[in-house]
Design a protein around this ligand. Structure first.
Ligand code: NAD
Length: 319
């Protein structure tokens, strides 16, 4: 099996690549533009594996895709601009990569006869939900340029299934955390700030609720979708642990024996979604998906990783 992993030098894509090489006999090609969020060190331990090849490049470049795609059976598509705050400041790059880039990749997959295309998306496409949980048939009501661009790419991927018969499968996961996450996202941002003895910035009143998913559980879910999912279907993937940002901040403060004086209140994010919550019944019943990490031990091992790998994140912040 030959798999093209886009965004494989990013946070989730690098964990997924490591899992593929460890648990399957797949030959893997990573295509990654190495934006500020991509880091070859994320797959540094895998370089030299004869089953891995790395190509620096843009998913929006058809010449590169025509070069890489022949012989590829499966595309697992992670590459994206992924940070909501950046999309609020400048949405253009999000439309270019997440929308145009995804369409370019789909076109190339069809043209070169790829069999399966797993499109990695997010629960943020559903918008915000005050009570209950979204199922895969809930309407798409995205609120940020990031989530709107991801919703557009989901629809393009599903349209490609209907129009061209490409075996497209879409995953929509909740917020990920774990080692090697760029320290602009809240958990690694707070960990690295607390490690440095600095204050952490908490948005608004901290009431916003997120479901937290360990990155390895997410990769397990994606792999189940790739191997057991059905063409044209969407699967929610969650961690089953909902916390307000205030509760999450409390856990991280406790882990560093820091008090609330280490927290600086900052004005709320514009258009900040109040709550995300996914119903993962479909992935559980059809695919046997169950998250294995509980948040307490997952956070503890993540904090330990940032303690042990200060060089990694300090370089990332400077780059
Ligand atoms: P990330 O920002 O850490 O990594 C993205 C990777 O894509 C980087 O390596 C970057 O260099 C690469 N990239 C960006 N633009 C590219 C382009 N035009 N061509 C080729 N490569 C490009 O993101 P992540 O957190 O690992 O997220 C991966 C995917 O999972 C994204 O599609 C994201 O929407 C989705 N997702 C993330 C989360 C989360 O909590 N992080 C949750 C749900 C879904």
């Amino acid at each position: 099996m030959r798999v093209l992993v886009t965004g494989g030098a990013g946070f989730i894509g690098s964990h997924y690549t490591r899992m593929l090489l460890r648990d399957t006999d797949a030959y893997v090609t990573i295509l990654d533009k190495l934006t500020y969020a991509g880091n070859l060190a994320n797959v540094g331990d895998l370089i030299g594996d004869p089953r891995l090849r790395f190509r620096k490049g843009d998913i929006d470049d058809r010449t590169i895709l025509d070069d890489l795609m022949p012989g590829i059976d499966t595309v697992v598509h992670f590459a994206a601009e992924s940070h909501v705050d950046r999309s609020i400041e400048n949405g253009g790059a999000f439309v270019r990569t997440n929308v145009l880039g995804t369409q370019r990749l789909l076109d190339a997959a069809v043209a070169h006869g790829a069999r399966t295309f797993v499109h990695v998306s997010t629960d943020e496409v559903y918008g915000s939900i005050a009570e209950g949980s979204w199922t895969e048939t809930s309407p798409l009501l995205p609120n940020s340029p990031y989530s709107a661009s991801k919703a557009a790419s989901d629809l393009l991927a599903l349209a490609c299934h209907r129009t061209h018969g490409l075996d497209v499968r879409v995953t929509r996961s909740s917020n990920n955390y774990g080692p090697m996450q760029f320290p602009e996202k809240v958990i690694p941002l707070f960990i690295t700030r607390l490690m440095a003895g600095d204050q952490v910035p908490l948005y608004g009143d901290g009431r916003n609720v997120r479901d937290w998913l360990h990155v390895e559980d997410h990769c397990q879910g994606i792999e189940l979708v790739r191997t057991k999912g059905r063409p044209g279907e969407i699967y929610n993937i969650g961690g089953g642990t909902e916390l307000s940002n205030r509760e999450l901040t409390g856990l991280l403060l406790d882990a560093f024996a820091a008090g609330w004086s280490s927290v600086r209140r900052v004005p709320d994010r514009r258009g900040h979604d109040l709550r995300y919550s996914v119903d993962c019944g479909k992935a559980r019943d059809e695919l046997g998906y169950r998250p294995r990490f509980d948040l307490t031990s997952g956070l503890a091992s993540t904090i330990q990783w940032y303690r042990d790998n200060a060089d990694w994140w300090r370089k990332g912040l400077v780059a």
